[in-house]
Design a protein around this ligand. Sequence first.
Ligand code: KIV
Ligand code: ZN
Length: 502
Amino acid sequence: MDKNKIIIFDTTLRDGEQSPGASMNTEEKIQIALQLERLGVDIIESGFAAASPGDFDAIKQIASEVHTIKVASLARAIERDIEAAGKAIAPAKNRRIHTFIATSPIHMEHKLKMKSDEVLKRAVQAVKYARTFVDDVEFSFEDAGRSDIEFLKEMSDAVISAGASTINLPDTVGFRLPGELYTRTKALVDFVGDRAIISAHNHNDLGLAVANTLECVRAGARQVECTINGLGERAGNAALEEIVMVINTRKDIFGDLYTDIVTKEIYPTSRLVASITGIEPQPNKAIVGKNAFAHESGIHQDGMLKCAQTYEIISAESIGAAKTNLVLGKHSGRHAFKDRLKELGFELENDELDKAFADFKALCDMKKEIFDEDLRALVNSEIAKVEQIYSIEKLSVQASKDGHTSAAITILHENELKEEASLGNGSADAIFKVIDRISGHEGELKDYKVRAVSQGKDALAKVDVKVKFGERTMIGHGLDVDTMLATAKAYISALNSFLSMK
Ligand code: KIV
Ligand code: ZN
């Protein structure tokens, strides 16, 4: 093993998906997995196979579609979970089972209601059973951040002897400070030596996830678990892009340590994840925020023009975020379109390319200037399209100041055209009501977000909705130059996801 290599373990599709509102459909997960492969990630945690049949299938499909990247599934330290994980990742060339149990006094007493010797026994059984499916087993001590160090050493000894080759030390509740994690990680690195790789997994509850992860690396951790855009439960996980760019930028501190991340793929990956989940990084987010490379003040702009390094320690180009502005237009051909998409990280062939090109031409008729962001949104929405059980043929909305807003819709369902109209409290409400009426499925709107994809009054609108149908909450996306049409498309796509899952 190369002692200087930092293994990047991306958990956007598992811990990231646990972010409120970030659930993704299988097609979307596959897109992200393929992009993570282009980004140069070593291992993707593709989900939690035992969580539901949908999660199991998504992991299995990801495992079949990726090329060489290692695919992991999470599993509690119980046979049923481990078996599901082993079966779901089976189609992948490179596989790992990631199993875990909590080791902190508070979790053992209140959550597991188990004594420490029972926890240890369960962990050993889990690793042995996981090894019957794969050669590569990672064991996590949940809430390691608040666990007793001597107990973690005892647990490490036991799970390594049982066949685990990676020991993960999650700061599950984001409690520790960087200095503390340095000391704790170093104690385990020294204790374990060459017998296993020590891994860092830090949550961001106190805003320290990245700083903590970097201290773990300095202490000898050689795997880091992270997510794109820092997505994750509560305040999120450590952000992949920040960890990688710190290691690359501060060679004076990190010396020969390196990752295999292709930094030019960072920005395309961040945009893909934001566009699929509908969760935009804050504008001032390090590395991938909208303002991360914007210099507003006159003094800064003057300095930048004289010598970029006066105010810039990394360049937008290095993460693949160079501004290209106006890219293509009405007269651009299929070839130029394909090349531009390739530069943006999309390798489309045949059918997918034909569809995306047709959408692009239709967009050119509606919008004079087409920007990179428009192309990204267009292609993402084409790739991640769910089965079109209902599709919109016509929509007309009459907005009115006197409270009589109405929407009329024609939809295609099972080769039949259906028409309906409804009043509503505003245009969006009228649209949701008319779709409920025509489909016979009443949805409860949980979240509604509208965003202009690029610039100008005629910018494409991207709408993301979260809608509850029965017991299930579905995400839907809609894209159109017309905001109300994008709203209807988003709501219909949530409905289609729900129906195709059923
Ligand atoms: O934060 C955590 O403890 C986890 C483990 C399940 C690895 O995500
Ligand atoms: Zn976690």
